[in-house]
Ligand binder design. Structure first.
Ligand code: C2E
Ligand code: MG
Ligand code: MG
Length: 268
């Protein structure tokens, strides 16, 4: 069988990756990134208690590019270091600005990639940016995926303890999709868990996903950990989440991620 076409496809993909990579390097120097913000809602009071910062790349030729298209490549190539640092600084600056404008202080959550979290100077970067932007540490949350957290448990426990000393809030993202590290929860200094969208999207009809979400919420309560549900799109989902005692909801039902200027209109 002739497999020449596979090489062609592979070659094309490599070429595309190379082009994207060159453009991504440029994007870092040309400051082509934006942060969008998505509100996090207290399920009981329905108030906005915080917001997640989500990166977008405003590519001059291709338009707006979503993180799934460039974060993995940034991780592979190390570009995640300058990009991740930019995200942290920008999110802290913006949040500080909102507080100075007189809005009620809220917490901004920033996604941290595995490589960023595992790099030896991670804690220095976080504390330097807090000092530089003069944002109080309790108004910064760091979202670390469950997979990142359990890849080196001893290291994670140590870094999370130090983040606690700094006063920063720690969130475990995409919970339930990795190894569901329930037993590590008691050893790790975590303030909030985000139940992955995979359990939420069909929670109205899928009894198993409802049972899993209920169990996660129940266990988190025992450890004094807040529970957020991500990807909430309907009122029915929200009602179930309230019934199973989740604390916070995030999703299109309330708002998509939007630019800072638009987000401001949601604030009081
Ligand atoms: P994540 O942190 O789990 O973020 C949630 C994703 O779900 C976001 O996609 C958000 O727009 C989307 N989403 C929110 N509500 C709904 C909903 O109701 N329905 C559906 N279908 N989707 C919803 P986004 O912005 O494309 O980000 C994708 C992933 O890229 C993030 O997943 C995160 O892992 C990563 N990411 C985003 N920004 C950054 C960043 O600044 N740094 C790093 N390292 N990773 C980032
Ligand atoms: Mg996240
Ligand atoms: Mg998530």
């Amino acid at each position: 069988m002739q497999l020449w076409f596979l090489d062609t496809i592979r070659g094309k993909r490599e070429y595309e990756n190379l082009t994207i990579l060159n453009e991504l390097r440029q994007a870092v120097t040309n400051d082509e990134f934006l942060l969008y913000y998505q509100p996090k809602i207290d399920i009981r009071s329905k108030e906005i208690v915080g917001m997640e910062a989500l990166i977008r790349w405003d590519n001059p030729n291709r338009g707006l590019i979503f993180p799934d298209k460039f974060i993995p490549l940034s991780e592979e190539t190390g570009l995640i270091f300058p990009i991740g640092e930019w995200v942290l600084r920008e999110a802290c600056l913006q949040n500080k600005k909102w507080i100075q404008m007189g809005y009620k202080p809220r917490r901004v959550s920033v996604n941290i990639s595995a490589r960023q979290f595992q790099y030896y100077n991670f804690l220095d970067i976080v504390s330097n940016i807090l000092a530089e932007t003069r944002l109080r540490p309790e108004y910064l949350g760091l979202e670390i995926t469950e997979t990142t957290a359990i890849s080196d448990i001893e290291y994670t426990i140590d870094v999370l303890n130090k983040l606690k000393e700094l006063g920063v809030f720690v969130i475990m993202d995409d919970f339930g999709t990795g190894y569901s590290s329930l037993s590590y929860l008691k050893e790790m200094n975590i303030d909030e868990i985000k139940i992955d969208r995979a359990f939420i999207w069909d929670i109205e009809k899928n009894e198993k996903n409802r049972a899993i979400s209920r169990t996660i919420a129940l266990l988190a309560k025992q450890f004094n950990i807040l529970v957020t549900a991500e990807g909430v799109e309907t009122k029915e989902q929200l009602d179930i989440l309230e019934e199973i005692d989740c604390d916070i909801a995030q999703g299109y039902y309330f708002s998509k991620p939007i630019p800072a200027k638009e987000f401001e209109k949601l604030l009081d």
